[in-house]
Ligand binder design. Sequence first.
Ligand code: SF4
Length: 103
Amino acid sequence: MTVRHEAPATGDDEPLEVWIDQDLCTGDGICAQYAPEVFELDIDGLAYVKSEEDELLQDPGATTRVPLPLLQDVVDSAKECPGDCIHVRRVTDRVEVYGPDAE
Ligand code: SF4
């Protein structure tokens, strides 16, 4: 299960953040397999993003920064997400660059 995809075209140092729409999460755990540093399943069976301090962020729409070395894993997670509920966006203007709402 190592399908690789190109990362979205953004500036090299463009800060990105990611959030999950738990209403659509199927709980399959693909994201947590691809990028366990960023995604984790909680005991409710749904996936959440984690802070840089490894803390689960359970507020609806909570975002966390995408560490550049993990960008490809996060993009792959969004591509493979069966719920289409992983959203990657630019921090500066909150435009989605990868996910169901990306152009
Ligand atoms: S890949 Fe998508 S549907 Fe699956 S657990 Fe992660 S966020 Fe939920």
